[in-house]
Design a protein around this ligand. Structure first.
Ligand code: GRF
Length: 191
């Protein structure tokens, strides 16, 4: 239970989930603050979103680290320096090691663009389309060492439409992500 939890967000790409979380905080629907956004790609659009909103952000480029563990060591240290209570992976495209997980046990959440346990790993939207499922969606879960296998906190279904392509389907899944991630973070902070 926190008064106003300090979130550390890890993002690799556009940062639309980070923005949804920031909006929810601004509307006082989510009682938290974004202490820091860590991103790993210099050109990730999430950087611009942070600048626009005055959110502290730092680039930790994975290419400058010789192993996953060394990157996670630096991430852990940076998050701790910023007194982060909960780590929120929002489109973080790196596999996380025990270095980070052990430093924040049960305190890392992720959002995945499928109804887990279906279609874990990369290209979840492509996998769902190729398989031909009629319903897919998104899942918020606690991060454990096994990729996309941690305890499920929330899911939202999204129908696959007959003329969907990867972009159109992913766009609708992302709308569902923006709906469920902020309130799920809020609920988790109360546990
Ligand atoms: C989301 O679809 C998320 O499920 C996946 O990566 C995407 C990130 O999007 N892990 P964004 O950077 O939050 O816009």
């Amino acid at each position: 239970m926190y008064n106003s939890a300090r979130l550390g967000i890890l993002a690799s790409g556009s940062g639309s989930n980070m923005a949804a979380i920031a909006d929810s905080i601004a509307k006082r629907q989510l009682e938290a603050e974004i202490a820091l956004v860590i991103y790993n790609n210099p050109n990730a659009y999430v950087k611009q979103r942070c600048i626009d909103r005055g959110i502290p952000h730092i680039l930790l480029d994975h290419r400058h680290f010789s192993s996953r563990e060394l990157l996670d060591e630096k991430i852990s240290h940076t998050l701790q320096e910023h007194k982060v209570d909960l780590v929120v992976m929002a489109g973080w495209m790196r596999i996380v090691t025990s270095v980070l997980i052990d430093r924040f046990p049960q305190k890392i959440l992720n959002i995945h663009p499928s109804l887990l346990p279906s279609f874990p790993g990369h290209k979840a939207v492509e996998q769902a389309l190729e398989y031909g499922v009629k319903i897919t969606g998104c899942t918020v879960h606690v991060v454990t060492l096994e990729v996309d296998r941690g305890p499920i906190l929330a899911q939202k279904a999204v129908p696959v439409l007959p003329d969907d392509n990867v972009a159109s389907l992913h766009q609708r899944i992302q709308l569902a992500e923006h709906e469920i991630y902020p309130p799920t973070i809020g609920q988790y902070l109360k546990t």
